[in-house]
Design a protein around this ligand. Structure first.
Ligand SMILES: [Zn+2]
Ligand SMILES: [Zn+2]
Length: 276
């Protein structure tokens, strides 16, 4: 398949998890906007109550709907991916091996009872750190990067989702300084494992679409470090609406080029496309 000049996105949420639009609406949007490839990556089922993960009993319907849309829209190439939630002690990824690709992400923090999502709002994140991490942001962030490292070491997957998600509210409600040595060390340790395991990282523009930040995940400083380590990147919108399907892709490409990247990895096709 010729991939040059193709328009695509591989991090896409539908209403099977917490996206606003149905798969059909997203595919219709892609068809009218000249998008060539869509990879769906709804949030994986988790073994406890969640209002934003796909229920286990919906997986077959999810796959069936994507296949049906692929048949109905032959001009598009569709992939069935999943954004798998890694939670220490609760989840492994072995049940997701049939998906075309897996994005591995950490959105949950450990609490007394069952895991809680930490990135719903600045207040929610602050309250959780106060309550379960003794108001110690360093302790919480160490938990986060240790979980990413554990996921990389123990799970089979393709792409590390939004590497530095913990900075999500740092522009609108500053919580820590990303340039401090302890933080730098945590990220570098994480990037080293990512490299060892031959994983891909995302340049994820979802935080820009949500008006939370001006630059993608990961921060430019760390994107440059990733490039120095020859860790491949893929650019994604983390779309939760059809209209954000390819939002801020130009910003992602610019960040990649400025960080020194010459090529972008295309997950479903498992090839590289030059960044010009
Ligand atoms: Zn995510
Ligand atoms: Zn996502």
């Amino acid at each position: 398949m010729l991939i040059l000049n193709m328009i695509y996105n591989f991090h896409t949420h539908s209403d099977f998890s917490d996206g606003k639009n149905s798969i059909i609406e997203i595919v219709q949007y892609a068809a009218t906007k000249g998008v060539n490839i869509v990879g769906f990556s709804d949030h994986s089922p988790v073994p406890f109550e969640s209002d934003w993960n796909m229920p286990q009993n919906q997986i077959n319907e999810y796959l069936k709907t994507i296949n049906q849309c692929a048949a109905d829209f032959p001009q598009l190439t569709l992939f069935s991916g999943i954004e798998a939630d890694f939670i220490p002690g609760f989840q492994d990824f072995s049940s997701f091996s049939d998906f075309d690709y897996i994005i591995g992400s950490v959105h949950y923090a450990l609490t007394d009872n069952f895991p809680e999502g930490f990135d719903s709002s600045p207040k929610g994140m602050k309250d959780l750190i106060d309550k379960y991490y003794q108001n110690d942001i360093k302790k919480f962030i160490t938990y986060y990067y240790n979980s990413i490292c554990q996921m990389c070491s123990e799970c089979e997957f393709d792409i590390v989702g939004h590497l530095d998600l913990v900075k999500k509210f740092n522009t609108v409600a500053p919580m820590f300084d990303e340039t401090e040595k302890w933080y730098y060390n945590l990220i570098m340790e994480t990037l080293t494992i990512i490299k060892e395991k031959n994983l891909i990282i995302e340049i994820n523009t979802g935080g820009i679409s949500r008006n939370l930040m001006k630059e993608p995940y990961p921060s430019f400083k760390y994107l440059k470090e990733a490039n120095m380590l020859n860790i491949p990147v893929t650019i994604s919108s983390d779309a939760h609406t059809a209209e954000n399907l390819i939002a801020h892709r130009g910003t992602g490409l610019k960040a990649a080029a400025e960080a020194g990247y010459k090529a972008e990895y295309i997950p479903g096709i498992k090839k590289f496309q030059p960044i010009t």
